[in-house]
Write a protein that binds this ligand. Structure first.
Ligand SMILES: Cc1ncc(COP(=O)(O)O)c(C=O)c1O
Length: 336
């Protein structure tokens, strides 16, 4: 450990800020909080909005639902645009809803929905939002950033939230938040209560080379190493590797008789959700793969809890790793 109020920490913070800015493709602020993705979703709302503000929550799965639920719990006037699970949001529908509700203050969207394995077309949705309203665009980038192409400033994203444990390849509990100029403007009038998550306090401290409260120092060291790996490979190559591994995973699962849950036009390159072949129970398959092959895959979430399996393929992952997963599944399906 180092003194997190000393000069070494200030140098580390400056270095990490520059590195994360390059990944987010922003010239604006990057805030480093101790916490997980959900804390970041809450932070994005309480710093920019006031009680009763109207928000359009686009939800295509369990994490979109969570973002909407947090907004509800803070007394925002939430309109949910809920899309059938497995599908992506329709930018035309976003446009229609914003035109019908011109006082909408913010649009909430999950870039990559981890529960269904679907990636929203963020560029198209952002275009619809900015063309037809002044609403802030708040993005959950927990399972997309550092794996899927993303350019904060070009997209006009006002706040983006991401978590260390996903494609950043860092242990859990470091929260990264990108904040743009329109969001800073909103923080000046936003009246929702906040203290620990206060963006202004965080920015002021970071400008002095510290954080307001004790930072997750080990994760920040790990992030330094992860940024070296990402920059060594190159961001474009990282995105391309995820694209290839995503396709490889989907083709492999389909060959084994799984039904892919995502609309193929919007299938995620960081996580694949799939229904096992007829007669195979997802929970049983997951247990056998774990116990007999030492491979931990995920079950579904929400209404898909017992229906699907999910294979994560983000961060430090390659075809060889996925090949082992597919071989283990093939073995167990054969045995079944
Ligand atoms: C898209 C998305 N949003 C939010 C979260 C919540 O993050 P956390 O569990 O870090 O609070 C997750 C976690 O998997 C996620 O995948």
């Amino acid at each position: 450990m180092i003194n997190h109020r000393g000069p070494e920490f200030a140098a580390l913070l400056a270095d990490l800020t520059a590195g994360v800015r390059r990944v987010l493709q922003t010239e604006y602020d990057v805030l480093f909080f101790p916490g997980s993705g959900t804390g970041g979703l809450e932070a994005s709302l309480v710093n920019t909005l006031s009680p009763g503000d109207r928000v359009l929550a686009i939800t295509i799965g369990a994490f979109g639902d969570r973002y909407a639920d947090i907004a509800d719990s803070f007394g925002l006037a939430v309109e949910r645009y809920a899309v059938e699970w497995g599908q992506a949001a329709d930018p035309g529908e976003v446009r229609r809803r914003l035109q019908a509700a011109p006082t909408t203050r913010a649009v909430l969207i999950t870039h990559n929905e981890t529960s269904t394995g679907v990636t929203n077309d963020l560029a198209a949705v952002a275009g619809a939002v900015h063309e037809h309203s002044d609403a802030l665009l708040l993005v959950d980038g927990v399972s997309s950033l550092a794996a899927l192409p993303f350019a904060m400033d070009e997209l006009g994203v006002d706040v983006v939230v991401t978590g260390s444990q996903k494609a950043w390849m860092v242990p859990p509990s470091l929260l990264l938040v990108g904040v743009g100029p329109r969001a800073w403007e909103a923080t000046r009038t936003a009246r929702l209560p906040r203290y620990y998550w206060d963006f202004q306090a965080q920015r002021a401290a970071q400008a002095r080379g510290v954080t307001p409260y004790t930072p997750p120092l080990s994760q920040l060291f790990a992030l330094r190493a992860a940024l070296d790996i990402i920059e060594g490979e190159g961001l474009a190559a990282v995105y391309e590797r995820h694209r290839q591994v995503g396709g490889y995973t989907r083709r492999g699962l389909a060959r084994l008789g799984f039904a892919l849950a995502a609309d193929p036009a919007h299938a995620s390159n960081t996580v694949t959700a799939a229904r096992p072949p007829q007669g195979v129970a997802a929970a049983d398959l997951l247990r056998r793969v774990r116990e007999r092959h030492g491979i931990v895959l995920a079950r579904g979430q929400g209404k898909w809890t017992d229906e699907i399996i999910r294979v994560g393929h983000l961060g430090r992952v390659n075809r060889a790793a996925i090949r082992r997963v597919l071989q283990a599944l093939a073995h167990e399906l054969g045995d079944g």
